[in-house]
Design a protein around this ligand. Sequence first.
Ligand SMILES: Nc1ncnc2c1ncn2[C@@H]1O[C@H](COP(=O)(O)OP(=O)(O)O)[C@@H](O)[C@H]1O
Ligand SMILES: [Mg+2]
Length: 344
Amino acid sequence: MFDDTLKVFKELSSRDFRLLTGIEIEMKNFEWVPVPELRKYVGLPVEKLTFHLERLRRKKMVVRTLDPYEGYRIYFEAYDALALHTYVQRKTIAAVGSEIGVGKESVVVEVLKEPEIKIAEPEVLILKLHREGRTSFKQVKRTREHLVGKEHFSWIYAARLAAKREFMIMKSLYPDISLPKPIDQNRHTIVMEVAKGSELSKTKVLDPEWYLDEIIKQVQLIYSKGIIHNDLSEYNIFVSDEGVQIIDWPQYITKDHPHAEELLRRDIENVVNHFSKKYMVKRDVDEILGNILKNTTFEGAVTNDPEIRDLMTAEDLANAEIMSAEDFDEGETEEDFDDFTIQN
Ligand SMILES: Nc1ncnc2c1ncn2[C@@H]1O[C@H](COP(=O)(O)OP(=O)(O)O)[C@@H](O)[C@H]1O
Ligand SMILES: [Mg+2]
């Protein structure tokens, strides 16, 4: 799926990217973006725009309707291409390698960054493309009237929000907590370093007691920052000779969440159960939980940062959904596109 996007990506011109960005921006206002609206972004007559849009449609970068008027929208394929384009411009990414993971809510690929020094080897990084959307916003749709008629855009908000949350929390916790270094963020994606070692679920460690202790230490340390991972399991923990690294952070909660204790317990339980089943290592979940709750001071908490917070109510989600001009990168805001409205 992402491979197809990559093939198309190489054939896209800067005009194509302006058209796609134009559709992205106008999707805030239109379920189907009318062609004349796109003249703000690409200064061509409507017939020429239609010609270029048809090319993009054949490449599956845009979807068209003809009823009740001719209009266009984008989906994840184009959104992926737009994020990739931004990273290439920022020199965060020089090349894309193979897909290494497809989850329910993400696509994860290896990418290359040009070395700072010419003779050095390029650095391998990870690009995570979020795929949340629709379901998590159903509730919002039901409860927030101002979202009615904007469902067409909710997947962008949901995926973008997840990526932002994940990047922000990783930035706040790194390097005190053991996780891959976060590098860059754009739209619904993040770039980070490759986690060391391999997924706990795919590994048989020789010293399970030691690894379990390392994980519990991390859980306690994370909690001392005022944070609970909230999706901890053998699938989101990497193990290597050096220790453990924890990935997959968008669903984190803070210690002030109404179900904080219960969810912290669940994280511990997932890990303890894994070590019990696979290695016959027995530990008492409530004892570990009790120790953490009793012995943690929140001196290094990151929860004073207003960006680090729980999203619990439909209202939180709806507020997060309000996109501002800063959400678009330099060269991507509508104003910046004014330069391009030259008629020819
Ligand atoms: N930084 C990373 N280094 C190596 N592999 C990674 C990294 N991030 C993600 N992966 C791989 O991609 C998979 C999915 O990523 P994850 O962040 O867990 O998203 P999801 O929400 O889809 O589970 C992981 O289980 C892991 O195998
Ligand atoms: Mg995961």
